[in-house]
Ligand binder design. Structure first.
Ligand code: AMP
Length: 415
């Protein structure tokens, strides 16, 4: 079943959303992107005369009630956005009556699912090294099933629209789906869009395909880099991880960030790229600073000859041109991770050059997917969000999907 074809009239529909929005110290929402992202799905159910039960987590309360992470704080904001007065169930596992009383067009928001350890299904208060851990885990998995059944009992139909948690096998994101047959469970619109975007870069690839991987460390990106190696034509590696490569090749990198235990890995990646015919693009020059600070003195130096006491903080002008050339000619583009310490305004130039090249390629018909918190933050900082094809709402979920892993939240519905 799909969200588009399902008839919600007279049905109770439980929707897992990602309302894990940032709040200020007064409990006011500072960025409502995630709520807006779920609206098309929620509105579809209401417009067709269904009743909505909305569930989400907020923060990491670790299985305990924590008023600072109560979804009660966002009831008014959700009411305003939906244009319907939202009711609140202060205990997500004891909402049977409130759910049963819901009429078509009405909305019930459940309290933070993670106030119950059963949501994540991990035993609390016991160390992994403890001999009793395995038994505790088994018991918690049973409790998780019961918790998921309770949530499922509130509704006729289950919709998962929380891409950000799709890589987790939690009660509300995956286990609950066991209680619904294929005609009564589906992905929401936001999930469908995310899945389509991933599919565009993994299956329906228009060539050339350029991936840009940046950020601080090669170790956290190795899974994706290896998976992409079989798919891309050009692989740009930028940001802090570059200096591990420069050092591995015998370069001088000053005080640049470097993973000394990953030098062999860097050389392996280079050899693999060569063997697979992938054009691996590494920076040739960089903007070096004499301190890790926005106000550091700067100089442009070769990426493999950085003076002592200086560190590579951003891609240099020659590098930006090489990157832009590999991006502008592409028809499929994936960007994850900045080309420099973009949080410092004086070191944003490399990331900006990438964003501009992506915008240009997109205007020429390329499909561009931006994912991972920092590259999304870059695009937003440069005010270029409307100049790329798709910005993913998923951090870890997107990266795991691109690594080729099956996401439990999607598998639970699609099989
Ligand atoms: P990641 O979380 O691995 O995607 O890395 C993102 C972080 O990498 C950002 O906070 C950037 O400031 C940082 N970063 C990018 N380039 C450099 C660099 N040359 N030196 C130190 N940190 C960097």
């Amino acid at each position: 079943m799909t969200i588009e074809t399902c008839d919600f009239k007279g049905k109770k529909v439980i929707v897992r959303v990602d309302f894990n929005v940032p709040l200020d110290e007064n409990g006011k929402i500072t960025d409502d992107t995630r709520i807006r992202g779920a609206l098309p799905t929620l509105q579809k159910v209401l417009a067709e005369g269904g009743a909505l039960i909305i569930m989400s987590h907020m923060g990491k309360p670790k299985g305990k009630v924590n008023p600072k992470m109560s979804l009660g704080q966002i009831v008014d904001a959700v009411s305003e956005k939906l244009g319907v007065k939202v009711q609140f169930a202060p205990d997500c596992a004891k909402a049977q009556e409130a759910a049963a009383a819901l009429q078509p067009g009405e909305v019930l928001l459940l309290e933070n699912l993670r106030f119950y350890p059963e949501e994540e299904g991990k035993p609390v208060g016991i160390d992994k090294a403890d001999p009793a851990y395995d038994a505790a885990k088994k018991e918690m998995k049973e409790r998780q099933k019961e918790f998921a059944k309770t949530l499922a009992s509130y509704a006729d139909i289950y919709v998962n629209d929380a891409f950000g948690t799709a890589h987790r096998k939690h009660a509300s994101t995956a286990v609950i789906a066991d209680s619904f047959d294929a005609d009564h469970k589906m992905l929401g619109y936001l999930m469908e869009k995310e899945v389509q975007a991933v599919d565009n870069v993994l299956s329906n690839i228009k060539r050339p395909f350029t991936a840009i991987m940046g950020g601080s460390k090669v170790s956290t990106k190795i899974g994706i880099i290896e998976n992409l190696m079989d798919k891309v034509d050009n692989l740009i590696l930028c940001g802090g991880m570059t200096y591990t490569f420069a050092k591995a090749m015998g370069g001088k990198i000053g005080t640049s960030i470097c993973e000394n235990d990953k030098l062999d890995l860097a050389l392996e990646i280079m050899a693999k790229a060569k063997a697979k015919g992938v054009n691996l693009v590494l920076g040739t020059d960089c903007v070096a600073g004499d301190a890790f600070s926005n106000d550091a003195n700067q100089q442009i130096v070769p990426a493999n000859d950085i003076p002592d006491g200086w560190e590579g903080m951003d891609a240099g002008p020659e590098t930006r041109k090489t990157f832009a050339a590999a991006i502008e000619g592409a028809k499929t583009i994936l960007w994850n991770g900045p080309a420099g310490v973009f949080e410092f305004d004086n070191f944003t130039g490399g990331s900006r050059a990438i964003a501009e090249a992506i915008a240009k390629a997109t205007a020429n018909g390329a499909f561009s997917l931006i994912g991972g918190g920092d590259s999304v933050a870059c695009i937003n900082k440069f005010g270029m969000a409307d100049k790329v094809s798709y910005i993913s709402t998923g951090g870890g979920a997107l990266l795991e999907a691109i690594e080729g892993k099956v996401l439990p939240g999607i598998a639970a519905i699609k099989g």
